[in-house]
Ligand binder design. Structure first.
Ligand code: ZN
Ligand code: ZN
Length: 201
């Protein structure tokens, strides 16, 4: 079966993100996604809560975390998959091509379509992935509900289980869709307004 999954989504558990998990789920459903990975900065959603929300909404919810490491941002998903997000975006803590080469032996997936990074960085990431023969995925890197699904991954999997999805990615049975979305600017403005508001309270 063919699933449409956004592998890079932040909720307001991330310092710099705005929408609640419930708002994120609603929007993901509206966008026709089959699943999302919740990848908050340095904190992971409780897998039991994720499972409960998944059952209620009939949306696949994969617990994950975007860790700020010494070399830059790395995503770890439950089910044992490493995703290298926005690898060549030095403005967003991408780990850079040398580190990507180093991590190659761990069979990571590389994010070649990110909804919140400039098109040039996505293009460069895609070129690197092809050169190194890495499995490619896409994710919105949404920090607000309306960005969810701006980039996503099509996965050809045997079934909807996490094991099958991760296996399919590791076997290269996926491709990335979408890319930088102009709504990102709307998020930046909204975030700034919230910050300003806090200053004056
Ligand atoms: Zn990041
Ligand atoms: Zn992120």
């Amino acid at each position: 079966m063919k699933l449409k999954i956004d592998f890079h989504v932040h909720t307001n558990a991330s310092r710099d993100a705005i929408s609640s998990i419930k708002e994120i789920i609603l929007y993901a459903k509206r966008m026709g996604l089959d699943g999302i990975a919740i990848t908050d900065h340095d904190v992971m959603i409780d897998p039991i809560i994720a499972e409960k929300l998944s059952e209620e909404s009939n949306l696949i919810i994969i617990p994950g975390i975007e860790l700020s490491t010494e070399i830059g941002h790395l995503i770890f998903l439950e089910g044992d998959l490493i995703i290298i997000p926005h690898p060549l975006d030095f403005l967003s803590h991408g780990i850079g091509s040398e580190n990507v080469k180093e991590l190659r032996k761990l069979n990571p997936a590389i994010e070649v379509k990110n909804g919140s990074t400039l098109p040039i960085f996505n293009k460069m990431a895609e070129r690197l992935a092809i050169k190194l023969g890495l499995n490619m995925i896409g994710g919105s890197d949404a920090h607000i509900d309306f960005m969810v699904g701006s980039a996503y991954t099509i996965v050809y999997t045997e079934n909807k289980s996490l094991e099958a999805i991760i296996r399919a990615i590791k076997m290269g049975k996926s491709y990335a869709v979408g890319g930088f979305n102009h709504l990102y600017l709307k998020y930046i403005i909204k975030k700034s307004l919230i910050k300003l508001n806090r200053c004056f309270l």
